[in-house]
Design a protein around this ligand. Structure first.
Ligand code: SAH
Length: 211
């Protein structure tokens, strides 16, 4: 996977390549998906969600230009795979997942695999993780219609954030955000498809519609 899908494309960052060579992706997918864990595609992880394609995980990680001393926030824990990749590179990772079942499974999995520098929280990532802020880098792994202001507020000056932005059910742009002296600079990187960034209250509304 690392050789043919990452190095053969434009992934050059040594820390990213090292991390992805060392995180066992097959332990982050459901039992019936294990034989496909290293293919060049996203895979279903239950609850209608997906683990991202390896290349996208690598691309987003590389764009964050991480340092080993960084404290990173991830929104959209999913399987915990991206969090594990980050945990191989940086000091501490804080990750938030809105689907309780996924949050709990990822938390247990990361603990069992010995990723002691990852903290998993079940909740709506729209609010970020204020008591742990500010962060050196922030990665949002669900597709948002707009950049959540509370999250961007929790990015350090000099920090980088990456987030897929665009309308639901459509191709989005992977947006890189740099914050310097409280000014925000954004750059569109590549078109991507991501499961939607949902909100807690929207979920409740949906549930109430079911008779
Ligand atoms: N990074 C994951 C894949 C993410 S899929 C991995 O490595 O496996 C996107 C995830 O974002 C889904 O699990 C979805 O439930 C979650 N999500 C969507 N909206 C969210 C929100 N507002 N806060 C936290 N998590 C959210």
């Amino acid at each position: 996977m690392v050789k043919t899908q990452l190095k053969a494309r434009d992934i050059k960052d040594r820390a990213t390549l090292h991390a992805m060579s060392n995180v066992p992706r097959h332990l982050f997918v459901p039992q019936n998906m294990k034989s496909q864990a290293y293919i060049d595609a996203p895979l279903p992880i239950g609850n209608g969600q997906t683990i991202s394609q390896p290349y996208i995980v690598a691309f987003m990680t590389q764009e964050l230009r991480l340092k080993s001393t960084d404290k990173v926030l991830e929104i959209g824990t999913g399987s915990g795979y991206q969090a594990a990749v980050l945990a191989k590179i940086v000091d501490s990772v804080y990750t938030i997942e809105i689907v309780k079942n996924l949050a709990m499974t990822a938390k247990d999995r990361l603990q069992e695999l010995g990723y002691t520098n990852v903290n998993v929280k079940w909740g709506d990532g729209y609010h970020g993780w204020p008591i742990k802020a500010p962060f050196d880098a922030i990665i949002v792994t669900a597709g948002a219609e707009a950049i959540p202001q509370p999250v961007i507020d929790q990015l350090k000056n000099g920090g980088r954030m990456i987030i897929p932005v665009g309308p639901n059910n459509s191709v989005r742009q992977l947006v890189l955000i740099k914050k310097t002296e409280n000014k925000i600079i954004t750059k569109n990187l590549i078109p991507v498809r991501f499961v939607p960034f949902t909100r807690e209250n929207e979920k409740n509304r949906e549930h109430k519609k079911i008779p």
